[in-house]
Design a protein around this ligand. Sequence first.
Ligand SMILES: [Zn+2]
Length: 316
Amino acid sequence: MILQNRVKPLPLQKLDAAIPRLPPQFRSLPKMKEDAKKQQQGYSGERKVDYFLDNLASMYTILRDVYLQDNSKNFQIDTGLIANHSIFIIDSKNYKGTITFNTTLKQLTRDDGKIEAGFEYPPTQVENQKFHLQNWLARHNLEHIPVKAYVAIADPSTIVKVDGDEEEIAKVVMHGAAVPQMITDKDHEAGRKGAKKLQDYQIGKMILRECGEFDIDMFKRYGVRPTDILPGVICPNCGLRGMERVYNGWGCKKCKCFSKNAHMKAIADYLLLVKDSITNKDCAWFLGKITRGTTTRILKTSGLLYDKQHRCWRKE
Ligand SMILES: [Zn+2]
């Protein structure tokens, strides 16, 4: 079963919410846009691999986006799959074009037809994750569990080339579609060799209990302060910030579109980027000069909880 599913990572959620709410001349905006693009590409790759691994959910325990601590060092695993006899770590990579693994220099280069770029060496990355997970398991008296780590190439059209030892790469790198079969084969093989049957669900629960959520400090990373975030309801159709309140909804003066619930996204943006709670007064300002009555009505139907003591609204 899937014990933890994948949601859009918090850093990407924050970037996507902040980018349209910053002045166009904001200093780190180009860097933020570039990071958002990269993170989106990574996230899409992970979801492509999820699609293949879903086939194993009825047999094994799957945890997505595992974020744990090993000796005060955090480590992240795209997918942790607890099978009958081993734990599998799957790291997805989403590249367009041709990628070349150089086994001597431990280097990965990608050629997308326009430019050649270098990247961290994925086999080393997964080995590091494996090392941290093994330490973590040892601290929980589970050092007997074998951990196997693989790299899944998310896009079926990516051409994989090897400069050096092809066998070495073929042992750990494969296209996403090939991963489920590889896992069941390896797991059956371990069973035939007499490996102990794991309590996959219990182990999954144990990992889940200590899982944190990866987050970033928007100020440290990009210099974004809550006061930099511009208010207004954003048009879901054309992206204009500053929709106007009309009867029972919001109207866009640019594309003339009408939306009943566009304010929900604005409130979510506020809670993500400005403060983890919102007062009636701040809500009225952030949504763009709406009346007290409208603000109250909106907040009451927003799904947020009223905190009587602090006179504000927040998520459960
Ligand atoms: Zn519009």
